[in-house]
Design a protein around this ligand. Structure first.
Ligand SMILES: NC(=O)C1=CN([C@@H]2O[C@H](COP(=O)(O)OP(=O)(O)OC[C@H]3O[C@@H](n4cnc5c(N)ncnc54)[C@H](O)[C@@H]3O)[C@@H](O)[C@H]2O)C=CC1
Ligand SMILES: N[C@@H](CC=O)C(=O)O
Ligand code: NA
Length: 450
């Protein structure tokens, strides 16, 4: 039985599923185009037609490349929650609060199935919305919210439902991957490439959500919740973005045989769950290092299934609309899966482990005065904290060549450590930054196998 009480294939009911779309931006307009272009494919697979009957958007006159004639227009998106001529509300406005949250809440309370692409909303309010959906006995689906066109939610929540997953994550932000790929391949400036990603419809309304790692963290919190069976408190996810990545780091990474990727990583450990988003050095031969541009990669690992990686476009009109439409097809067919893959009864949020508990290999780049003793001072601090070095790179003049130079020029010094506790690295870096020969803050990037 479907959520709207009209089983699609199961009941042989061919009544159209009527949808109301809130937000006609990149994804909303993309959805209308896709449902029209693929009308008969969608109807065949859903067992009944899926038709847009109502929309709510801000500007009635804007040219979106779609014909809105014949659709009911609502100036107030909240009206969709009670419009008697729709069966499903599709929320494509965005934002964890405000109108998007009010609309989804109102629709679920009114017993309406909801489809959303809103990762911020699901990551932050997913536990409470899941309880509302369960109480109303209607689906709340969000395939588009994680990794755009990659069926990541379905893969983790349904495809891997039988395994005990120990790890999930990957490249979860198309905008950041697009920017870092262009910077690496063509040396283009950050701001330039970001503007291009915005024009292509990849970036969030406020692109700092992308470049500061928050969007990837929203997606990681959702994936971790699905993989480990409990929603992860979003505020406990450790988040770093890509603003601090310097062109020098891209060059040194290449020289050391790595690429830099913004990764989301969630791991089940004996003592809790690790959930973090930050730039990583990954070996250039690792499959994930080859995932470039707007492409995302979702990696999962379980005791029985082993490791798997799904790759595809993580942002943009077409891929995202495909994911939203797939959710609608599920609803039309009467397929319903609990939001977090299990009942919300007794379901509590879990706090991720703090940063000090991480245990990684680290790449450090220091800007140092090129004079004798610098390397010895830096390595002495690392030794004091039990951090052992795997390799070191210094370009330019050797520090010991000219002991008499007082205002020695600055040179980058790159150090790669063996695996070590992050609590030790944090303290060691504070001491290193305070050394007289070290200029500015050291850059630290964690190293991952991929
Ligand atoms: N663009 C992408 O590639 C992807 C976007 N998403 C998510 O999809 C959702 C929509 O994203 P986009 O389409 O990219 O954003 P967008 O900014 O292009 O579209 C949002 C639309 O909502 C409209 N809107 C704002 N307030 C409104 C209100 N009160 N009533 C009605 N409409 C209102 C805006 O005018 C805008 O046209 C967001 O949650 C986003 O995170 C998810 C995956 C990929
Ligand atoms: N802004 C997001 C859009 C898709 O989720 C991204 O760049 O990945
Ligand atoms: Na997806």
């Amino acid at each position: 039985m479907s959520a709207d009480g009209k089983g699609g294939q199961a009941g042989g009911d061919t009544t159209p599923l009527r949808i109301g779309v809130a937000g006609l931006g990149t994804v909303g307009a993309g959805l209308v185009k896709l449902l029209r272009a693929n009308e008969s494919i969608v109807a065949d697979r859903a067992g009944r037609p899926i038709v847009v009957t109502a929309v709510a958007a801000r500007d009635r006159t804007r040219d979106r490349g779609i014909d809105l004639a014949g659709l009911t227009w609502h100036d107030d998106a909240l009206a969709l929650a009670h419009d008697p001529d729709i069966d499903v509300v599709v929320e494509l406005i965005g934002g964890a609060e405000g109108i998007a949250r009010r609309l989804v809440t109102a629709a679920l309370q009114a017993g309406r199935p909801v489809v959303t692409a809103n990762k911020a909303l699901v990551a932050i309010h997913g536990a409470e919305l899941a309880a509302l959906a369960e109480r109303a006995g209607v689906p709340l689906t969000f395939e588009a919210a994680v990794a755009g066109g990659i069926p990541a939610i379905k893969a983790v929540r349904e495809g891997l439902a039988a395994d005990r997953l120990v790890r999930v994550g990957g490249i979860l932000n198309g905008t950041c991957n697009y920017i870092m790929t262009a910077m690496r391949e063509s040396g283009r400036a950050f701001a330039d490439v970001l503007a291009e990603a915005q024009a292509l419809g990849y970036a969030e309304a406020d692109p700092s959500t992308d470049v500061d790692g928050i969007d990837a963290a929203h997606k990681l919190a959702i994936l971790a919740g699905l993989a480990f069976g409990r929603p992860v408190a979003f505020s406990s996810v450790h988040v770093e973005g890509i603003r601090a990545i310097d062109a020098l780091d891209l060059t040194f990474a290449r020289e050391l045989g790595y690429r830099i990727k913004l990764l989301g990583l969630a791991r089940r450990r004996e003592d809790g769950i690790e959930a973090r988003v930050h730039p990583c050095l990954v070996p250039e031969r690792a499959p994930i290092a080859q995932v470039d541009g707007v492409f995302n990669a979702v990696v999962a690992e379980g005791a029985f299934v082993g490791r798997l990686m799904l790759e595809g476009r993580g942002a943009g009109e077409g891929p995202t609309a495909t994911a939203v439409a797939a959710d609608l097809i599920d609803i039309a067919r009467g397929n319903a899966v609990p939001v977090w893959g299990r009942s919300t009864d007794g379901l509590t949020q879990v706090e991720a482990l703090p940063r000090a508990a991480f245990n990684e290999e680290y790449y450090l780049r220091l800007n140092v005065h090129d004079r004798p003793g610098v390397i010895a001072d830096v390595t002495a601090v690392l030794r004091d904290y039990g951090v052992s070095l795997r390799s070191m790179l210094q370009h330019g003049r050797a520090a010991s060549d000219d002991p008499t130079v007082a205002d020695a020029p600055s040179v980058p010094l790159v150090l790669v450590t063996h695996r070590t506790r992050e609590s030790a690295m944090i303290e060691a870096l504070a001491r290193i930054a305070a050394l007289p020969a070290v200029i500015g803050d050291p850059a630290m990037i964690r190293i991952e196998a991929g």
